[in-house]
Design a protein around this ligand. Structure first.
Ligand SMILES: Cc1cc2nc3c(=O)[nH]c(=O)nc-3n(C[C@H](O)[C@H](O)[C@H](O)COP(=O)(O)O)c2cc1C
Length: 143
C-alpha cells in the first residue's frame, strides 16, 4: 500500500472539512464497508484524514494535494448515501494533521460533546481558523 507521507511534498497541501447528513442510518456494517472503500481510494491518491459519525451526521476532514482533494471530494459529493453537504473549512496547510491515517474513524457518541460544539460554533463565525485542537482531541493523541 502507498505510504501517504512518503510522497508528501508540502506543496499545494490543503485540508477540507465538511458536514453531511446520512440519508439512512448507517449500521456498523455500512460504516465498515464505507471505510474500506475510502481507505483504498485515499491511499491511492495519497489523501489522509479523519471521519466522525454522530447521530446520523458525518464530519470528515480530508487532506492532501489540491488536485487529489478536489477529486476525492467530487467522489464524496456524488455518494447518494448522504446529503446537504456543507464545507466548514478549507485551508492551505504546511503539514498533515493525520499523516498516518488514510481515514481515521470515530463514532462521536463517546467523544467530548464540548469539542464537537466548539467546532460547529467556530465554523459558524470563521471560515479561516480551523480548531484543529478540538478535532484532534476527539481522536486522542494516537490511533
Ligand atoms: C460520509 C462519507 C465519506 C466518504 N469519504 C470518502 C473518502 O474519504 N474517500 C473516497 O474515495 N470516497 C469517500 N466517500 C465516497 C464513497 O465511499 C464512494 O462510494 C466510493 O468512493 C466509491 O468508490 P468506488 O467507486 O471505488 O466504489 C465517502 C462517502 C460518504 C457517504
Amino acid at each position: 500500500m502507498t505510504n501517504p507521507t512518503a510522497v508528501d511534498d508540502h506543496q499545494n497541501l490543503v485540508s477540507k472539512t465538511y458536514l453531511s447528513k446520512a440519508v439512512d442510518v448507517f449500521s456498523d456494517h455500512d460504516l465498515n464497508q464505507l471505510l474500506t472503500n475510502c481507505r483504498r481510494n485515499n491511499a491511492a491518491a495519497s489523501v489522509t484524514g479523519a471521519l466522525l459519525y454522530h447521530n446520523g451526521y458525518f464530519m470528515q476532514l480530508i487532506e492532501g494535494q489540491l488536485d487529489a482533494i478536489n477529486a476525492i471530494y467530487d467522489r464524496i459529493q456524488a455518494d447518494p448515501r448522504h446529503e446537504v453537504l456543507s464545507v466548514l473549512f478549507e485551508d492551505e496547510i504546511s503539514a498533515r494533521f493525520f499523516p498516518d491515517w488514510t481515514m481515521g474513524y470515530r463514532a462521536a457518541e463517546d467523544m467530548p460533546l464540548d469539542s464537537l460544539n466548539t467546532i460547529y460554533e467556530t465554523a459558524k463565525v470563521s471560515t479561516t481558523r480551523f480548531p484543529i485542537n478540538d478535532f484532534l482531541l476527539m481522536f486522542g493523541e494516537s490511533n
